[in-house]
Design a protein around this ligand. Structure first.
Ligand SMILES: Cc1ncc(COP(=O)(O)O)c(C=O)c1O
Length: 400
């Protein structure tokens, strides 16, 4: 009998964190590396938010708090859901955790029994299937194709639902594709879900505020109020407020579920950091105008990156609605050889050779469940992005 838990053998370490780590190591060894692997803003946390944290320390807000969040943060979250999403929650319908990641984890651990199925559209965020597996559930991967702009069709959703489906996991704007569903596109999915009352909806709205070209963000319980009683709406401050290191995520949903998630958290991590919670209060209640200013920068980068990648031989890069990723296809590079004689058979071969030959780090599509693609994060300086895209063009041009 082995020492480690069997459940661990079902999962793998996060491949996106692994790419960032590899890039850091190569950089430390003196290589000129540009990393397009990170899933975090290159902007700093706004000053008013930092200041709120400093004041919280000075006030002595340094003790344990209520397990699932201080009342002040819950109220800020309630206001945010009402203001941005037209959703009404009370304090006992809101939970706060150490990042959106822990919210997702708590929700799966609190609800999945062996054999319970979770429908996950691919390409997906790397952690979803592994979290489901760790909680004893069964991920059911349903592909959303490039032809459908990486958006799940209602037919594909319908076909994936079985008696054992417990959750439909929805993520818009998406990591890794940046694709975001319009009201009508989402309504087509919620219409399907209305026909299956045993299916619950977990929506990961982490990139809500990062949308471009006047795109209107919508979330399932807003588009279909009939789903409110079985929807967990997850969000967090990491992406829009440039607060990845502070580790605050939250959700609104049905009381029984929220209570169960709190119970789980009470026996694992307890409350999220008290100081970070006060910073999140300021993030949600304070000025929001820097988000639009940051989005201008992101949009310009998205347009530049998509245009330059589309000029690279063998690459097709859609222009998505949101987040800070593009997810180009490299179908035109498969089967070709690098000048060093390596054959590109998979997208992993592509990103490995790109890192070795040109010092550009990115994550291969197989990590997100769809190949042959790779994910480019444009949450990095415009100069670095331009140089990285030039290197990718040169890399592709050298393939034979
Ligand atoms: C789609 C998606 N959901 C959730 C998270 C988790 O965010 P955090 O735990 O920082 O709140 C991430 C982070 O990369 C993400 O991309």
């Amino acid at each position: 009998m082995g020492f480690l838990a069997d459940s661990l053998s079902r999962i793998k370490p996060s491949p996106t964190l692994a790419v960032s780590q590899k890039a850091r190591e190569l950089k430390a060894a003196g290589r000129d590396i540009i990393s397009l692997g990170a899933g975090e803003p290159d902007f700093d946390t706004p000053d008013n938010i930092k200041q709120a944290a400093i004041e919280a320390i000075r006030r002595g807000e340094t003790k344990y708090t209520a397990v699932d969040g201080i009342p002040e943060l819950k109220d800020a979250i309630i206001d945010k859901f009402r203001r941005d999403n037209g959703l009404s929650y009370e304090r006992d319908q809101v939970t706060v955790a150490t990042g959106g990641k822990q919210v997702l984890y708590n929700a799966f651990m609190a609800t999945l029994n062996p054999g319970d199925e979770v429908i996950i559209p691919a390409p997906y965020w790397v952690s979803y299937p592994d979290m489901v597996l760790l909680a004893g559930g069964q991920p059911v991967i349903v592909e959303a194709t490039l032809e459908d702009d990486f958006k799940l069709t209602p037919q594909a959703l319908e076909a994936a639902i079985t008696d054992r489906t417990k959750w439909f996991l929805f993520n818009s704007p998406s990591n890794p594709t940046g694709a975001a569903y319009s009201h009508d596109e989402l309504k087509a999915l919620t219409d399907v879900l209305m026909k299956h009352p045993h299916v619950w909806v977990m929506t990961d709205d982490m990139y809500e505020h990062l949308v471009y070209d006047d795109f209107q963000f919508v979330t399932p319980a807003q588009v279909e109020p009939g789903l409110y009683e079985r929807t967990l709406t997850i969000n967090g401050v990491s992406k829009a407020y440039a607060m990845t290191g502070w580790r605050i995520g939250y959700a609104g949903g049905p009381r029984e579920l929220i209570k169960a998630m709190g119970k789980l958290q009470s026996q694992s991590t307890s409350n999220p950091c008290s100081i970070a919670q006060w910073a999140a209060v300021e993030a949600l209640n304070g000025p929001q105008d820097f988000i639009a200013a940051n989005n201008e920068v992101y949009k310009a980068r998205r347009d530049m990156v998509a245009a330059m990648l589309n000029e690279a031989e063998g690459i097709t890069c859609p222009v998505p609605e949101g987040a800070f990723y593009v997810y180009p296809s490299i179908a035109g590079c498969i089967g070709k050889k690098t000048p060093g004689g390596k054959v590109i058979e998979t997208d992993e071969d592509f990103v490995t050779a790109l890192l070795e030959d040109e010092g550009v780090a990115a994550v291969h599509g197989a990590a997100f469940g769809t190949s042959p693609n790779f994910r480019v994060s444009y949450a990095t300086s415009t100069e670095a992005l331009e140089e990285a895209c030039k290197r990718i063009q040169r890399f592709c041009a050298a393939l034979q």
